[in-house]
Design a binder for this molecule. Sequence first.
Ligand SMILES: Nc1ncnc2c1ncn2[C@@H]1O[C@H](COP(=O)(O)OS(=O)(=O)O)[C@@H](OP(=O)(O)O)[C@H]1O
Ligand SMILES: Nc1ncnc2c1ncn2[C@@H]1O[C@H](COP(=O)(O)OP(=O)(O)O)[C@@H](O)[C@H]1O
Length: 320
Amino acid sequence: MKAFFRSIWFPTLYSNVEFTNSSRKLGFFYSGDFNSVQFTRKSASLVQVVAPSIAKSKLVSSLKAIERSTRIVCMEKKVGGFEDLKSEAKTESSCVSGNDHLVMCSIGQSTNVVWHESPIGKLDRQNLLQQKGCVVWITGLSGSGKSTVACALNKALYHRGKLAYILDGDNLRHGLNCDLGFTAEDRAENIRRVGEVAKLFADAGVICIASLVSPYRRDRDACRTLFPDKNFIEVFMDVPLHVCEARDPKGLYKLARAGKIKGFTGVDDPYEPPLNCEITINASDGNCPSPCDMAEQVLSVGQGVVLQLLNGSPVLFAED
Ligand SMILES: Nc1ncnc2c1ncn2[C@@H]1O[C@H](COP(=O)(O)OS(=O)(=O)O)[C@@H](OP(=O)(O)O)[C@H]1O
Ligand SMILES: Nc1ncnc2c1ncn2[C@@H]1O[C@H](COP(=O)(O)OP(=O)(O)O)[C@@H](O)[C@H]1O
Protein backbone atom coordinates (compact mmCIF):
# COMPACT_ATOMS: atom_id res chain seq x y z
CA MET A 1 0.00 0.00 0.00
CA LYS A 2 2.80 2.40 0.91
CA ALA A 3 4.71 1.76 -2.29
CA PHE A 4 1.48 1.93 -4.22
CA PHE A 5 0.61 5.41 -3.06
CA ARG A 6 4.14 6.61 -3.57
CA SER A 7 4.03 5.65 -7.23
CA ILE A 8 4.33 8.38 -9.79
CA TRP A 9 1.29 7.36 -11.82
CA PHE A 10 -0.86 9.01 -9.23
CA PRO A 11 -0.50 12.55 -10.61
CA THR A 12 -0.97 11.29 -14.15
CA LEU A 13 -4.48 10.10 -13.30
CA TYR A 14 -5.50 13.08 -11.24
CA SER A 15 -4.24 16.41 -12.35
CA ASN A 16 -4.65 18.45 -9.17
CA VAL A 17 -2.16 16.47 -7.17
CA GLU A 18 0.06 18.71 -5.16
CA PHE A 19 3.55 17.59 -4.17
CA THR A 20 5.30 19.18 -1.29
CA ASN A 21 8.84 18.52 -0.22
CA SER A 22 8.32 18.54 3.49
CA SER A 23 10.47 15.94 5.17
CA ARG A 24 8.26 16.17 8.24
CA LYS A 25 4.92 15.34 6.56
CA LEU A 26 5.41 11.99 4.95
CA GLY A 27 1.86 10.97 4.08
CA PHE A 28 -0.82 12.17 1.78
CA PHE A 29 -4.21 13.59 2.29
CA TYR A 30 -7.44 12.64 0.57
CA SER A 31 -10.34 14.92 1.28
CA GLY A 32 -13.08 12.87 -0.37
CA ASP A 33 -12.70 14.69 -3.64
CA PHE A 34 -10.12 13.53 -6.12
CA ASN A 35 -9.58 17.11 -7.19
CA SER A 36 -8.16 17.99 -3.84
CA VAL A 37 -5.85 15.10 -3.28
CA GLN A 38 -2.68 16.24 -1.65
CA PHE A 39 0.30 13.99 -1.65
CA THR A 40 3.41 14.80 0.29
CA ARG A 41 6.58 12.79 0.19
CA LYS A 42 9.88 12.56 1.99
CA SER A 43 12.22 12.68 -0.95
CA ALA A 44 12.31 12.02 -4.65
CA SER A 45 14.10 8.75 -3.96
CA LEU A 46 10.84 7.30 -2.64
CA VAL A 47 9.10 7.67 -5.99
CA GLN A 48 8.62 4.44 -7.89
CA VAL A 49 7.61 3.79 -11.48
CA VAL A 50 4.63 1.48 -12.00
CA ALA A 51 3.09 0.39 -15.32
CA PRO A 52 -0.03 2.55 -15.82
CA SER A 53 -2.38 -0.44 -16.41
CA ILE A 54 -1.34 -2.15 -13.17
CA ALA A 55 -1.31 1.12 -11.37
CA LYS A 56 -4.76 2.09 -12.51
CA SER A 57 -6.39 -1.16 -11.36
CA LYS A 58 -4.58 -0.96 -8.03
CA LEU A 59 -5.55 2.62 -7.64
CA VAL A 60 -9.22 2.08 -8.39
CA SER A 61 -9.61 -0.88 -6.03
CA SER A 62 -7.73 0.88 -3.29
CA LEU A 63 -9.66 4.08 -3.60
CA LYS A 64 -12.90 2.09 -3.65
CA ALA A 65 -11.83 0.42 -0.43
CA ILE A 66 -11.05 3.80 1.00
CA GLU A 67 -14.44 5.16 -0.01
CA ARG A 68 -16.21 2.21 1.62
CA SER A 69 -14.87 3.35 4.96
CA THR A 70 -17.49 5.28 6.88
CA ARG A 71 -15.35 6.70 9.63
CA ILE A 72 -11.74 7.28 9.04
CA VAL A 73 -9.47 9.09 11.39
CA CYS A 74 -5.95 10.18 11.11
CA MET A 75 -3.23 12.12 12.82
CA GLU A 76 0.30 13.22 12.46
CA LYS A 77 2.53 12.52 15.40
CA LYS A 78 6.09 13.02 16.46
CA VAL A 79 8.38 10.06 16.89
CA GLY A 80 8.17 8.94 20.48
CA GLY A 81 5.06 10.99 21.13
CA PHE A 82 2.76 9.88 23.88
CA GLU A 83 -0.43 11.66 22.86
CA ASP A 84 -3.65 9.72 22.67
CA LEU A 85 -3.90 8.69 19.05
CA LYS A 86 -7.65 8.57 18.91
CA SER A 87 -8.35 11.85 20.64
CA GLU A 88 -5.85 13.61 18.46
CA ALA A 89 -7.31 11.86 15.44
CA LYS A 90 -10.74 13.21 16.27
CA THR A 91 -9.35 16.72 16.32
CA GLU A 92 -7.75 16.22 12.95
CA SER A 93 -10.80 14.69 11.33
CA SER A 94 -13.08 17.35 12.70
CA CYS A 95 -11.09 19.86 10.69
CA VAL A 96 -12.44 18.25 7.54
CA SER A 97 -16.06 18.80 6.66
CA GLY A 98 -18.35 15.92 5.62
CA ASN A 99 -18.61 12.34 6.84
CA ASP A 100 -16.74 10.27 4.32
CA HIS A 101 -13.41 11.98 4.39
CA LEU A 102 -10.24 10.09 4.59
CA VAL A 103 -7.09 11.54 5.97
CA MET A 104 -3.98 9.51 5.61
CA CYS A 105 -0.91 10.68 7.36
CA SER A 106 2.39 9.82 8.92
CA ILE A 107 3.18 8.84 12.48
CA GLY A 108 6.88 8.75 13.18
CA GLN A 109 8.34 6.55 10.46
CA SER A 110 4.96 5.02 9.53
CA THR A 111 3.74 6.64 6.35
CA ASN A 112 0.26 6.55 4.82
CA VAL A 113 -1.47 4.97 7.78
CA VAL A 114 -5.16 5.04 8.61
CA TRP A 115 -6.91 4.18 11.87
CA HIS A 116 -9.34 1.26 11.47
CA GLU A 117 -12.19 0.88 13.90
CA SER A 118 -13.32 -2.59 14.96
CA PRO A 119 -17.05 -3.43 15.10
CA ILE A 120 -16.50 -4.84 18.60
CA GLY A 121 -15.36 -2.09 20.92
CA LYS A 122 -13.85 -1.75 24.37
CA LEU A 123 -17.29 -1.50 25.99
CA ASP A 124 -18.36 -4.78 24.37
CA ARG A 125 -15.25 -6.49 25.67
CA GLN A 126 -15.69 -5.01 29.14
CA ASN A 127 -19.28 -6.22 29.21
CA LEU A 128 -18.13 -9.66 28.17
CA LEU A 129 -15.50 -9.77 30.90
CA GLN A 130 -17.55 -7.85 33.47
CA GLN A 131 -14.65 -5.64 34.39
CA LYS A 132 -13.00 -2.41 33.38
CA GLY A 133 -9.79 -2.41 31.40
CA CYS A 134 -7.22 -0.33 33.23
CA VAL A 135 -3.57 -0.14 34.16
CA VAL A 136 -2.02 -0.54 37.58
CA TRP A 137 1.49 0.85 37.14
CA ILE A 138 3.88 -0.21 39.90
CA THR A 139 7.08 1.81 40.19
CA GLY A 140 9.97 1.58 42.61
CA LEU A 141 13.58 0.63 43.11
CA SER A 142 14.89 -2.77 42.18
CA GLY A 143 14.10 -5.05 45.12
CA SER A 144 11.29 -2.84 46.43
CA GLY A 145 8.73 -5.59 45.90
CA LYS A 146 7.11 -4.57 42.60
CA SER A 147 6.96 -8.09 41.18
CA THR A 148 5.79 -9.47 44.49
CA VAL A 149 2.87 -7.03 44.66
CA ALA A 150 2.10 -7.57 40.98
CA CYS A 151 1.82 -11.32 41.50
CA ALA A 152 -0.20 -10.98 44.70
CA LEU A 153 -2.55 -8.55 43.00
CA ASN A 154 -2.93 -10.81 39.99
CA LYS A 155 -3.78 -13.70 42.28
CA ALA A 156 -6.28 -11.67 44.31
CA LEU A 157 -8.00 -10.50 41.13
CA TYR A 158 -8.03 -14.02 39.70
CA HIS A 159 -9.80 -15.31 42.80
CA ARG A 160 -12.41 -12.58 42.32
CA GLY A 161 -12.93 -13.76 38.76
CA LYS A 162 -11.12 -10.79 37.21
CA LEU A 163 -8.74 -11.12 34.30
CA ALA A 164 -5.39 -9.40 34.82
CA TYR A 165 -2.05 -9.67 33.09
CA ILE A 166 1.38 -8.66 34.35
CA LEU A 167 3.83 -6.72 32.23
CA ASP A 168 7.08 -7.11 34.14
CA GLY A 169 10.03 -4.92 33.12
CA ASP A 170 12.56 -7.68 33.64
CA ASN A 171 10.49 -10.16 31.62
CA LEU A 172 9.79 -7.77 28.76
CA ARG A 173 13.50 -7.13 28.46
CA HIS A 174 13.82 -10.80 27.48
CA GLY A 175 11.79 -10.16 24.31
CA LEU A 176 9.98 -7.02 23.21
CA ASN A 177 12.57 -4.74 24.81
CA CYS A 178 15.71 -6.83 24.49
CA ASP A 179 17.26 -4.16 22.27
CA LEU A 180 17.19 -1.62 25.10
CA GLY A 181 19.73 -0.92 27.81
CA PHE A 182 19.53 1.31 30.86
CA THR A 183 20.47 4.75 29.58
CA ALA A 184 17.86 7.45 30.25
CA GLU A 185 16.87 7.29 26.56
CA ASP A 186 16.52 3.50 26.55
CA ARG A 187 14.53 3.54 29.75
CA ALA A 188 12.25 6.19 28.23
CA GLU A 189 11.69 4.02 25.17
CA ASN A 190 11.16 0.99 27.42
CA ILE A 191 8.45 2.81 29.36
CA ARG A 192 6.90 4.22 26.20
CA ARG A 193 6.58 0.76 24.65
CA VAL A 194 5.19 -0.80 27.80
CA GLY A 195 2.76 2.10 28.12
CA GLU A 196 1.52 1.43 24.61
CA VAL A 197 1.22 -2.31 25.26
CA ALA A 198 -0.59 -1.60 28.54
CA LYS A 199 -2.97 0.61 26.62
CA LEU A 200 -3.77 -2.28 24.29
CA PHE A 201 -4.44 -4.57 27.25
CA ALA A 202 -6.69 -1.98 28.86
CA ASP A 203 -8.48 -1.57 25.54
CA ALA A 204 -8.93 -5.33 25.48
CA GLY A 205 -10.75 -4.99 28.81
CA VAL A 206 -7.94 -6.54 30.82
CA ILE A 207 -6.57 -5.21 34.10
CA CYS A 208 -2.95 -4.68 33.14
CA ILE A 209 -0.41 -4.70 35.94
CA ALA A 210 2.81 -3.06 34.78
CA SER A 211 5.77 -3.56 37.08
CA LEU A 212 8.81 -1.54 36.12
CA VAL A 213 11.46 0.51 37.91
CA SER A 214 10.36 3.41 35.63
CA PRO A 215 12.64 5.84 37.49
CA TYR A 216 11.80 9.02 35.60
CA ARG A 217 8.68 10.98 36.48
CA ARG A 218 8.33 12.38 32.97
CA ASP A 219 8.22 8.87 31.45
CA ARG A 220 5.55 7.68 33.88
CA ASP A 221 3.56 10.89 33.42
CA ALA A 222 3.79 10.46 29.66
CA CYS A 223 2.28 6.97 30.07
CA ARG A 224 -0.50 8.42 32.17
CA THR A 225 -1.46 10.72 29.32
CA LEU A 226 -2.24 7.63 27.24
CA PHE A 227 -5.21 7.06 29.54
CA PRO A 228 -7.46 10.10 29.27
CA ASP A 229 -10.23 8.15 31.06
CA LYS A 230 -8.02 8.20 34.15
CA ASN A 231 -7.78 4.42 34.20
CA PHE A 232 -4.12 4.62 35.15
CA ILE A 233 -3.42 3.79 38.76
CA GLU A 234 0.13 4.53 39.81
CA VAL A 235 1.43 2.54 42.76
CA PHE A 236 4.67 3.68 44.39
CA MET A 237 6.71 1.13 46.30
CA ASP A 238 8.09 3.52 48.89
CA VAL A 239 10.82 1.26 50.19
CA PRO A 240 14.12 2.84 51.22
CA LEU A 241 17.25 2.05 49.26
CA HIS A 242 18.95 0.41 52.23
CA VAL A 243 16.03 -2.04 52.57
CA CYS A 244 16.13 -2.90 48.87
CA GLU A 245 19.88 -3.24 49.03
CA ALA A 246 19.71 -5.50 52.05
CA ARG A 247 17.28 -7.75 50.15
CA ASP A 248 19.34 -7.73 46.95
CA PRO A 249 17.76 -10.98 45.70
CA LYS A 250 19.70 -10.94 42.43
CA GLY A 251 22.98 -9.64 43.82
CA LEU A 252 22.72 -6.60 41.52
CA TYR A 253 23.29 -3.97 44.21
CA LYS A 254 26.47 -5.76 45.22
CA LEU A 255 27.67 -5.70 41.62
CA ALA A 256 26.67 -2.04 41.26
CA ARG A 257 28.53 -1.08 44.46
CA ALA A 258 31.55 -2.95 43.16
CA GLY A 259 31.34 -0.87 39.98
CA LYS A 260 30.56 -3.93 37.88
CA ILE A 261 27.13 -2.55 36.83
CA LYS A 262 27.08 1.07 35.75
CA GLY A 263 24.01 3.29 35.99
CA PHE A 264 22.17 1.17 38.52
CA THR A 265 19.03 2.89 39.81
CA GLY A 266 19.51 4.15 43.36
CA VAL A 267 23.26 3.61 43.28
CA ASP A 268 24.61 5.75 40.46
CA ASP A 269 21.41 6.48 38.56
CA PRO A 270 18.44 8.55 39.73
CA TYR A 271 15.03 7.49 40.97
CA GLU A 272 12.35 10.17 40.97
CA PRO A 273 9.48 9.28 43.32
CA PRO A 274 5.95 10.11 42.16
CA LEU A 275 4.47 13.37 43.37
CA ASN A 276 0.80 12.52 42.88
CA CYS A 277 0.38 8.78 42.63
CA GLU A 278 -2.87 7.05 43.50
CA ILE A 279 -1.37 4.56 45.96
CA THR A 280 1.79 4.50 48.05
CA ILE A 281 2.91 1.28 49.67
CA ASN A 282 4.99 2.49 52.51
CA ALA A 283 7.82 0.66 54.16
CA SER A 284 9.89 3.65 55.14
CA ASP A 285 10.44 2.18 58.59
CA GLY A 286 11.59 -1.05 57.00
CA ASN A 287 8.40 -2.88 58.02
CA CYS A 288 6.81 -3.87 54.78
CA PRO A 289 3.25 -5.21 54.75
CA SER A 290 2.91 -8.79 53.56
CA PRO A 291 2.42 -9.26 49.78
CA CYS A 292 -1.18 -10.23 50.46
CA ASP A 293 -1.82 -7.08 52.47
CA MET A 294 -0.17 -4.96 49.81
CA ALA A 295 -2.43 -6.47 47.15
CA GLU A 296 -5.48 -5.85 49.33
CA GLN A 297 -4.33 -2.28 49.83
CA VAL A 298 -4.32 -1.77 46.07
CA LEU A 299 -7.66 -3.52 45.73
CA SER A 300 -9.37 -1.61 48.47
CA VAL A 301 -8.44 1.62 46.77
CA GLY A 302 -9.62 0.14 43.49
CA GLN A 303 -12.93 -0.95 44.91
CA GLY A 304 -13.34 2.35 46.63
CA VAL A 305 -13.16 4.22 43.40
CA VAL A 306 -15.79 1.99 41.81
CA LEU A 307 -18.24 4.04 43.84
CA GLN A 308 -16.86 7.13 42.16
CA LEU A 309 -17.38 5.73 38.70
CA LEU A 310 -19.57 8.62 37.69
CA ASN A 311 -16.81 11.03 38.63
CA GLY A 312 -14.55 9.43 36.08
CA SER A 313 -12.18 8.02 38.65
CA PRO A 314 -9.99 5.01 37.89
CA VAL A 315 -11.91 1.77 38.06
CA LEU A 316 -10.82 -1.80 38.48
CA PHE A 317 -14.22 -3.47 38.28
CA ALA A 318 -17.28 -2.69 36.27
CA GLU A 319 -19.33 -4.18 39.07
CA ASP A 320 -18.53 -6.13 42.17
N1 LIG B 1 21.14 -0.39 35.63
C1 LIG B 1 20.02 -0.95 36.10
N2 LIG B 1 19.12 -0.23 36.79
C2 LIG B 1 18.01 -0.82 37.25
N3 LIG B 1 17.69 -2.12 37.05
C3 LIG B 1 18.57 -2.88 36.36
C4 LIG B 1 19.76 -2.33 35.87
N4 LIG B 1 20.43 -3.32 35.21
C5 LIG B 1 19.71 -4.42 35.30
N5 LIG B 1 18.58 -4.18 35.99
C6 LIG B 1 17.52 -5.18 36.17
O1 LIG B 1 16.50 -4.80 35.25
C7 LIG B 1 15.27 -4.65 35.92
C8 LIG B 1 14.64 -3.30 35.61
O2 LIG B 1 14.09 -3.29 34.35
P1 LIG B 1 13.00 -2.22 33.99
O3 LIG B 1 12.64 -2.46 32.58
O4 LIG B 1 11.92 -2.29 34.99
O5 LIG B 1 13.80 -0.85 34.15
S1 LIG B 1 13.37 0.60 33.67
O6 LIG B 1 11.97 0.78 34.03
O7 LIG B 1 13.59 0.71 32.26
O8 LIG B 1 14.25 1.53 34.42
C9 LIG B 1 15.52 -4.74 37.39
O9 LIG B 1 14.52 -5.64 37.84
P2 LIG B 1 13.76 -5.45 39.24
O10 LIG B 1 14.76 -5.84 40.27
O11 LIG B 1 12.62 -6.42 39.14
O12 LIG B 1 13.30 -4.05 39.37
C10 LIG B 1 16.91 -5.27 37.53
O13 LIG B 1 16.87 -6.64 37.85
N1 LIG C 1 6.49 -7.18 51.59
C1 LIG C 1 7.66 -7.78 51.60
N2 LIG C 1 8.25 -8.09 52.75
C2 LIG C 1 9.44 -8.70 52.77
N3 LIG C 1 10.12 -9.06 51.66
C3 LIG C 1 9.58 -8.77 50.50
C4 LIG C 1 8.33 -8.12 50.40
N4 LIG C 1 8.03 -7.94 49.08
C5 LIG C 1 9.05 -8.47 48.41
N5 LIG C 1 9.98 -8.98 49.25
C6 LIG C 1 11.23 -9.62 48.87
O1 LIG C 1 12.06 -8.63 48.29
C7 LIG C 1 12.76 -9.13 47.20
C8 LIG C 1 12.49 -8.28 46.00
O2 LIG C 1 11.14 -8.39 45.65
P1 LIG C 1 10.68 -8.22 44.15
O3 LIG C 1 9.20 -8.35 44.15
O4 LIG C 1 11.44 -9.15 43.29
O5 LIG C 1 11.11 -6.71 43.88
P2 LIG C 1 11.25 -5.93 42.53
O6 LIG C 1 10.33 -6.56 41.53
O7 LIG C 1 10.85 -4.54 42.87
O8 LIG C 1 12.69 -6.04 42.15
C9 LIG C 1 12.31 -10.58 47.02
O9 LIG C 1 13.26 -11.41 47.61
C10 LIG C 1 11.01 -10.64 47.78
O10 LIG C 1 10.77 -11.91 48.32
